[in-house]
Design a protein around this ligand. Sequence first.
Ligand code: MRU
Length: 362
Amino acid sequence: MASPFRTIWPTSDRYVEVIDQRFLPHEWVVVKLHTYQEAETAIKDMIVRGAPLIGATAAYGIYLAARTCVEENHDRSFMDQAFEALANSRPTAVNLFWALNRMKERLEVAENLVETAWNEAQAIVEEDVETCRNIGVHGLPIIEALAAKKPGQRINILTHCNAGMLGCIEWGTVTSPIYQAKQKGLDVHVYVDETRPRNQGANLTAYELTRHGIPHTLIVDNAGGHLMQHGMVDMVIVGTDRTTRHGDVANKIGTYLKALAAHDNKIPFYVALPSTTLDLSVRDGLKEIPIEERNQDEVRYVIGKSAAGAIEPVLICPETTQAVNHGFDVTPARLVTGLITERGVCAPNEAAILAMFGDLEK
Ligand code: MRU
């Protein structure tokens, strides 16, 4: 199923546009990025989000910095500032640092700063599309095997947050095997965790599954365990922002609880990821992965569309109640059934990860 749209694209005057995901599913708003500072804000304020898309936006941010640098005759310290600002935009998704490092390496030897940055950012985007398509190729047999065990019955997949095309460029990671299963005629249905506090499941995953004609049901974040206990979930697939060389998985807060419930109910728990989300420098995910802490008002308020049609925040607790807002948690490798990657399905342990991805180690 070729996607009808992408999440980031170049314009004819060589800037870049993105979908403002803060307004989905209610409004389709496009934002044009002209400077690296605008790219930085787009990442910080979650106009764009999802590990691969954060990386792609940062890469284009470096291109925009190169363009300003040349057009306004700045010295190279301008580029250093851009790298630093983008690197500080969000801490957990390693794709951000992967993309910035790749841009830095290319630009260090570039004869034409602007042209090289433009080409490299575009290459990162195109590679992600192909990578995500291949994640689907390798994930599809897992769904087919489950389908073979219950002929004529629906396959129920539970997911958390949004690891769909809206977090990537096209296809998505979690959604790629699901879209390819649908293409093959399999009867797939997705339970979508709403994913508080920002509701990426309710706002984005449900929106994207609707666009792709995938049957789905929205559930509150606490429902997954109950559904699993009652045989209503065949498998869980989630995305990740950083996966360690030992197979520990950082993903949206609440993922760990789904993994525990899946483990207790002997339900396969898969993680779909591009190799750009592997961080081979990290061994112990719990101790070493930086976990983003965001503004407490994301917890205290819920944003939605009112009956009058306005998209607005609503306070859900007493005015004086304080909240804490950790964006991610770490699921230990022992709770993960397998890592679905563009090279194949990999066991979540160091030996298997290095056997498949050791060449990526610097
Ligand atoms: O805070 P977000 O919306 O950027 O978090 C996104 C996730 O947790 C995704 O699961 C992850 O980035 C993978 S996207 C393919």
